[in-house]
Design a protein around this ligand. Structure first.
Ligand SMILES: Cc1cc2nc3c(=O)[nH]c(=O)nc-3n(C[C@H](O)[C@H](O)[C@H](O)COP(=O)(O)O)c2cc1C
Length: 212
């Protein structure tokens, strides 16, 4: 158990260390509501991609529940709501909203604000993208995949991201939210504006909001 906390502390230091050049602000999230929601089969029945969004904001509770459902810790040993090959947990979820951009820090279940700029125009190549209150950007860090050869890193990140995205789809179905996962993103531009490190790779985006 002690080893796990040392590991978590080191991970947090690495994330914060890589952000040290920027003005980092921690935004606490309410505890996620880990019970309730729609029965699984109803959520599966409603799961779909939606591309028209109203400008209604998401509450902090909804954001908290969404991030926990997507990729939060659901067990004492630090494992997550989405599986990952060899449990490497290589993804970080970046958030682009009108008032700034953030990364989800799963150990403390908080948002880390990385900047106040409105980056929505870079979140995707389709017109509806900036009209939604939230765009998630799934970023894989190959530095956490030292045990995989490069070919396998790409394969497993492509597989692992699907589980996170489907968690978001099912959460949105359950909550009456609209969402669509997107491969149509300018990865080079996002890498630049999100100030990603050399081992970090943008894989997919996912838009979330209320349906219009
Ligand atoms: C890996 C992946 C990439 C996708 N990329 C985009 C995209 O860039 N833009 C978009 O509008 N939809 C995108 N989609 C959504 C698909 O178009 C959508 O899932 C498909 O049309 C089936 O519709 P459904 O999700 O409502 O079942 C993507 C889906 C997947 C799985």
């Amino acid at each position: 158990m002690q080893k796990r906390f040392i590991g978590i502390g080191i991970t947090a230091l690495i994330i914060l260390g890589s952000l040290s050049a920027q003005s980092v602000e921690t935004i606490p999230l309410p505890d996620p509501q880990r019970t309730g929601g729609m029965p699984l089969f109803e959520a599966l029945d409603k799961r779909q991609s939606i591309r028209t969004y109203s400008n209604r904001e998401l509450s902090m509770q909804t954001l908290s529940n969404l991030l926990w459902a997507a990729y939060g810790i659901n067990r004492e040993d630090g494992r997550r709501t989405a599986p990952s090959a060899r449990n490497v947990q290589e993804f970080d979820i970046y958030l682009i909203m009108a008032d700034g951009w953030y990364v989800y820090e799963h150990n403390d279940h908080v948002l880390i604000r990385l900047g106040n700029e409105d980056l929505r125009e870079y979140a995707g190549r389709q017109d509806f993208v900036p009209t939604a209150p939230l765009n998630l950007i799934f970023v894989a860090d190959h530095a956490r995949m030292a045990g995989f050869d490069p070919e396998n890193r790409e394969f497993y990140t492509a597989a692992d991201v699907g589980y996170i995205s489907q968690n978001v789809y099912l959460f949105c179905a359950s909550e009456g939210l609209a969402t669509v996962v997107r491969g149509l993103v300018d990865r080079d531009k996002l890498r630049e504006v999100l100030e990603l490190g050399s081992t970090q790779h943008v894989i997919l985006g996912q838009t979330v909001g209320y349906p219009k």
